[in-house]
Design a protein around this ligand. Structure first.
Ligand code: HEM
Ligand SMILES: [Cu+2]
Length: 559
């Protein structure tokens, strides 16, 4: 009896303090690892940038392609994954009354699995046995340990997905007929998408392992590439959806407003979940062996994803304008005067959002066959994903950290750290404008991606790239300053900032909103629709690749 009372007292106390201690530990660990990875990954990126400008010669024991493989894996896979789960689980705990003990076990096991996976992936890269880039396209063949590490990492991601499903399902059981709260609804969508996107890449890796062990002689290159991009394309959209969650749910609260249409928000999430996996072939638009109608269908599906993105842009500006008008803002663009530009939590989110306009436009160009033939495999592409990932996603994550880290650490954001954050945000933005701008431009002039420094025997065209490479190195230098400031801010907020209570800023739905229809809760149905759309896009080409397969390829170690 007494323990029961103690128990309730304890939960009350933690509730009052705003955060459940055990759940906070989970998020803190995930976020800490995430930012350490960002720090290492940032230095690797700088090394690449300086090398390509001819300013830095890499040592023979850590060559360009080892650095590039590690940078890609760290930034695209590890930084993002650890951040996303630290963030999502903090929100699930906050909104759904604390994580279930079972769910915590899932998340910790997942953590161990991901760390083991990451170590297993890094060892062969350092041994120079796995310079296959984060895309690990066969016939490039890595050490088996690399692929086994990927399996552990994927299992870790799956365990996190399942933990989230259990948490949400439990809440729904206890709250029959109610809508899952909005942050948890986003978390559900993100986890559903990730759970299914991991299946094709898991199949790919499981058949690359026997090949890399030498048990099987050859591999079907087209099937592997297709399975990879069904995942890879979806993964980057998962990070985008994670950033989007902060725009819809967090940003309105930071400006003192309310969320925009709850129904529309949920429809956007459903649309992004259903349509995403099916865009994968736009990464293979130049690949031979895929029939034109199939490519056309993927182009169509890729452009279709632009639709919910445009809805998002519209919704966001509607929120800004509505909120500003309530506060007395006037005129067509008068709202911008009312926005809290000095608040890093808002500023970073805003630039994250704004950058998606040019980033998305570039993406639409790349989805067009003729235009893509100009930029395919050039530095343009690297410029593109440093806008989408490096700004839209990374800046959203940075912006979130300025309230999330204090929230889970029982501390507060001080004016000094806020100021530092504002400076960091601008340094990062300017750095990326330099770097990404230079990459886009030099890509149009034909400079290839994934190529260490060379002047091609002082060929005039290659020499013409030099000024842009210098601009790229300048951008990279600004960015590393940005990385250091950001990591410093996170460490400060996690361990040293003054103790206090920080809010998890979830905005309320708008006043007198019409009720959200209940079909938005029917995830079983949406998953079936998603699988049908995926089948429409992949069954025919995959069957074709397998039934009419050309001779398989043996493995190559080109480095
Ligand atoms: C300090 C900041 C950064 C710098 C200086 C930097 C620099 C670079 C450079 C120079 C390359 C490419 C080179 C090539 O193709 O030869 C590259 C590739 C890449 N970067 Fe970054 N980057 C930074 C941050 C980021 C961030 C924040 C992300 C994502 C969250 C990211 C994701 C990637 C990916 C996925 C690649 C492609 C790797 C590949 O082609 O296999 N980078 N980066
Ligand atoms: Cu894509």
């Amino acid at each position: 009896m007494e323990t029961a009372i103690n128990q309730t007292f304890k939960t009350k106390a933690t509730k009052l303090l705003g955060v459940n201690k055990e759940d906070a530990k989970i998020s803190k660990t995930y976020l800490f690892v995430s930012f350490v990875i960002l720090l290492v990954g940032g230095f690797l990126g700088l090394a690449q940038g300086l090398n390509r400008a001819g300013l830095l010669e890499l040592p023979s024991w850590l060559n360009y392609y080892q650095v590039l493989t590690m940078h890609g894996v760290f930034m695209l896979l590890a930084f993002t994954t650890f951040f996303t789960f630290g963030y999502l689980y903090a929100g699930l705990s906050h909104e759904l009354g604390g994580l279930l003990p079972k769910v915590r076990k899932f998340v910790w096991t997942a953590f161990a699995s991901k760390i083991i996976g990451a170590v297993l992936v890094v060892i062969p890269i350092l041994m120079n046995e796995a310079s296959v880039m984060y895309t690990f396209y066969p016939p490039l063949k890595a050490h088996p340990m690399f692929y086994i590490g990927l399996v552990f990492f994927a299992v870790g991601m799956w365990l996190c997905n399942v933990g989230a499903f259990i948490q949400v399902a439990n809440w729904r059981k206890n709250n029959k007929g109610k809508h899952v709260p909005i942050f948890s609804y986003f978390a559900t969508g993100i986890n559903v998408l990730m759970f299914f996107a991991l299946i094709p890449v898991a199949i790919e890796v499981l058949y690359l392992i026997p090949w890399s062990l030498g048990w099987v002689k050859t591999v079907n290159v087209m099937v592997s590439r297709t399975l990879f991009w069904a995942f890879g394309h979806t993964l980057v959209n998962i990070w985008y959806l994670t950033a989007t969650s902060a725009w819809y749910v967090i940003a309105p609260k930071l400006i003192g407003g309310r969320r925009w249409s709850d129904t529309l928000t949920r429809v956007v999430i459903i649309a992004l979940v259903i349509m995403n996996i099916t865009g994968g072939f736009h990464h293979q638009i130049i690949d031979p062996g895929i029939s034109l109608p199939v490519k056309m269908m993927h182009v169509f599906m890729s452009l279709a994803i632009g639709f919910p993105s445009l809805m998002t842009a519209w919704a966001m500006f509607a929120v800004f304008e509505k909120t500003a008008r309530k506060q007395g803002g006037k005129g067509l663009i008068g709202w911008y005067k009312k926005m809290p530009w000095g608040d890093v939590r808002f500023l970073a989110l805003f630039i994250s959002m704004a950058s998606f306009a040019p980033a998305g436009a570039g993406g639409i160009a790349q989805t067009t066959n003729q235009l893509d033939t100009v930029v395919h495999n050039t530095m343009w592409i690297v410029g593109h994903f440093h806008l989408t990932l490096g700004v839209t996603v990374a800046l959203a994550f940075f912006g979130i950290s300025y309230w999330l880290v204090p929230y889970i650490s029982g501390r507060v954001l001080t004016p000094q750290i806020n100021k530092l954050g504002v400076i960091q945000t601008w340094i990062w933005t300017i750095g990326m404008i330099f770097m990404s701008g230079a990459m886009h431009t030099v890509g149009l002039f034909g400079s290839p991606r994934r190529t260490s420094f060379t002047t091609y025997g002082d060929h005039a065209t290659a020499l013409g790239w030099n000024p842009y490479m210098m601009a790229m190195a300048v951008g990279g230098t600004l960015l590393i300053i940005g990385v250091i400031l950001q990591v410093y801010a996170v460490i400060n907020m996690m361990f040293f900032a003054p103790k206090g209570e920080t809010e998890f800023p979830i905005a309320e739905a708008e006043e007198n909103a019409s009720p959200t229809p209940y079909w938005t809760e029917r995830w079983g149905l949406w998953i079936v629709v998603m699988l049908l759309v995926v089948a429409m896009a992949y069954v025919v080409p995959l069957t074709e690749f397998i039934v009419n397969a050309p001779p398989g390829s043996p493995g190559f170690k080109t480095w």
